[in-house]
Design a protein around this ligand. Structure first.
Ligand code: RIB
Length: 307
């Protein structure tokens, strides 16, 4: 049994650094390339395990070399895998462009076998979900599987977190299964149709999501930190910097993983947001996604230095 159970995908990240993206029909020279573990669900599970959470991932992999990377990544981080092996598909990959000047990214993800995660896969892990303190999922695997897992978690009294990434249209009955949703600015805009360029706009967009049935809205705001808003509290938590930003890919995953760990430890939700911000603040100072996730000691040292 695990305190944190995550339904999501693993893919191999192929990350290219360059000064700019190529235009259609153009070839440009990049400055570096790294192959490493990725996928939002897997990254979040690594972040949570590294931050000290007893963590399981439910997913689907092909039978290939990228699947071997997944298993090695989870073994190193201490994540417990619950994998459906799918010999009829392949373990997916992501193309990641990282802009040299800013460390910002643009991503195409092809989920492969994990794009075939089914309701039956979720039902097979029902007891695991029911035994968790916190359940997290995202939108990289099919939505019916995410919805079924949220239903099982909700019925068992498990705290539910939906990281609605990448953005997709969502029904209100799915949103109503979420204790907390954790979109970034662009995902919030996509979900609500409202602009999110200021804190006041983020508050208005959070209200729109609360009106659709979510228990609380936690919007990640990049270099401005995060906004937590529920029906009684609204708190803006500033970014917690750990140094120069080299790669923002996976920052949201670091945040979700760290936040979940702090919640399972019974911390107040705003304290948990600060823990998530510290986890993300360290991750962006390093290249890669899962390999950039900090240890518990690093997160605590950063928070202690904040006073
Ligand atoms: O959030 C970052 C992740 O999104 C990358 O690791 C990539 O694989 C995509 O899933």
């Amino acid at each position: 049994m695990s305190d944190i159970v995550i339904l999501g995908i693993f893919v191999a990240d192929t990350a290219y650094r360059a000064d700019r993206q190529p235009k259609m029909g153009e070839t440009i020279l990049g400055t570096s390339f790294i192959l490493g573990p990725g996928g939002k669900g897997s990254n979040q599970s690594v972040a949570a395990a590294m931050a000290g959470g007893k963590t399981s991932i439910i997913t689907r992999l092909g039978k290939d070399a990228f699947a071997d990377i997944a298993r090695a990544t989870w073994a190193k981080a201490g994540v417990m895998p619950h994998v459906t092996e799918d010999a009829e598909s392949y373990t997916g990959a992501a193309y990641i462009f990282i802009e040299n000047a800013t460390g910002n990214n643009a991503i195409i993800v092809a989920a492969g076998a994990a794009g075939r995660i089914s309701v039956a896969d979720v039902e097979a892990s029902r007891a695991l979900i029911e035994g968790a303190k916190v359940f997290i999922t995202q939108l990289e695997q099919p939505i019916p599987a995410a919805k079924r897992a949220l239903e099982i978690a909700r019925a068992a009294g498990v705290r539910t977190i939906l990281n609605p990434a990448p953005a997709a249209p969502l029904e209100d009955d799915l949103l109503a299964l979420c204790d907390i949703v954790t979109p970034n600015e662009s995902e919030t805009e996509s979900l609500t149709g409202l602009p999110v360029t200021t804190i006041a706009e983020a508050e208005a967009a959070a209200d729109a999501l609360l009106a659709r049935g979510v228990g609380a809205c936690l919007i990640t705001l990049g270099e401005r930190g995060a906004l937590y808003r529920d029906r009684t509290r609204s708190v803006h938590v500033p970014v917690i910097s750990a140094g120069k930003v080299v790669d923002t890919t996976g920052a949201g995953d670091a945040f979700n993983g760290g936040f979940a760990v702090a919640l399972t430890e019974g911390r107040d939700v705003v304290d948990a947001v600060r823990f998530g911000c510290a986890t993300a603040g360290i991750s962006v100072t390093r290249p890669g996604t899962a390999p950039a996730m900090p240890s518990r000691a690093e997160i605590e040292a950063l928070l202690a230095a904040q006073g």
